[in-house]
Design a binder for this molecule. Structure first.
Ligand SMILES: NC(=O)c1ccc[n+]([C@@H]2O[C@H](COP(=O)([O-])OP(=O)(O)OC[C@H]3O[C@@H](n4cnc5c(N)ncnc54)[C@H](O)[C@@H]3O)[C@@H](O)[C@H]2O)c1
Length: 305
């Protein structure tokens, strides 16, 4: 096709897709049935991972729960059973270690079967200025928050591709779309997680594997404990999200096969402005929204003895 014809086709399709997205805004989306699906959730032992597990338990999915914290993972399993889960399998896995991921993944394939919904949720945060962040924690952050996604995808994506059926879910962060003062290594890991998920999603489309879906989740702070002490300057505009609300929105986005979920909605506007305005204006607005001080009082999750 020559340049003129192809440009005309793209212009026509752009207008068509814009209208389609406006119309779809008003039509309730279809939710997929996940009963019988094999759902693996990393970091299922607490916070968002636990709450997502309980939502999938209610929906009749078979759960495969991974966490480095055996006790927390077992608690989630018990809660999931109380919430109606019939099949729950727990595995202790340190997702920061490639060999451990491959070993436990092989065990899952033998004992449970091929995973059809993979939710990469496990995450950690250093919470210090970059210059004060210990090298070991910087490395660990990259290993848990993004490299683990490489290894779980390597382990479970081939079966999804073979059957052209599956769903890759990346619990990233709004810190994967915009830099934050005091979160340099975390932002780096989350930007990487977003880029990885987006690219693998495109690879699936390019390969015609349209049955393998992608959902990328980019929330602002959620009150799970991970970011305890962090503050928001304008709570009405950018509220700290309730964990229960956030996990319900995440599961709903998965059921709707929504590619991006950014929470709260005001962030869509902030990101659009960031990408269109000058750097100086971006910095001014960042300061106005409190981005320089989010982390000033960070305590994080206080470890139990
Ligand atoms: N809480 C927030 O404000 C917030 C905001 C945006 C994104 N997120 C992201 O959401 C995800 C869940 O966060 P959360 O708030 O529920 O945190 P959380 O600390 O409550 O849960 C994280 C879970 O990951 C597990 N984990 C940590 N390291 C692991 C490892 N090496 N191997 C296996 N499991 C490991 C922990 O044991 C824990 O159960 C994370 O990826 C986080 O970055 C959180």
């Amino acid at each position: 096709m020559n340049f003129f014809l192809e440009t005309l086709k793209v212009l026509f399709l752009t207008i068509y897709l814009l209208f389609e997205s406006i119309i779809l805004w008003f039509i309730p989306s279809r939710r997929k049935n996940v009963s019988g699906e094999l759902v693996l959730i990393t970091g299922a032992g607490s916070g968002i991972g636990r709450l997502i597990s309980l939502e999938f338990a209610r929906l009749g999915a078979t759960l495969v729960l991974w966490d480095i914290n055996e006790e927390g993972n077992k608690e989630t399993s018990q809660l999931a059973k109380k919430n109606g889960a019939v099949r729950v399998h727990t595995y202790t896995c340190d997702c920061s270690k490639r060999e451990a991921v491959y070993k436990v993944a092989d065990q899952v394939k033998k004992e449970v079967g091929d995973i059809t919904i993979l939710i990469n949720n496990a995450g950690i945060v250093t919470g210090k200025k970059f210059i004060d962040s210990p090298d070991t924690l910087v490395e660990k952050t990259m290993q848990v928050n993004v490299m683990a996604h490489f290894w779980t995808c390597k382990a479970f994506l081939p079966a999804m591709m073979a059957s052209n059926h599956g769903h890759l879910v990346s619990i990233a962060s709004s810190a994967g779309l915009i830099g934050v003062n005091g979160l340099a290594d975390y932002c780096a890991s989350k930007f990487a997680a977003v880029g990885f998920a987006e690219s693998v999603g495109l690879e699936m489309l390019a390969l015609g594997k349209t049955g393998v879906k992608t959902t990328i989740v980019c929330p602002y702070f959620i009150n799970t404990g991970m970011f305890d002490g962090c503050t928001t300057k304008w709570p009405r505009l950018m509220p700290i999200l309730e964990a229960d609300y956030a996990s319900k929105k995440i599961v709903d986005a998965i059921l709707k096969e929504q590619v991006y979920l950014v929470m709260p909605r005001s962030l869509y506007l902030i990101f659009a402005v960031k990408n269109m305005m000058s750097v100086k204006l971006g910095v001014l607005l960042g300061d106005y929204f409190g981005a320089f001080h989010f982390m000033d009082h960070f305590k994080g999750r206080v470890k139990k003895d």
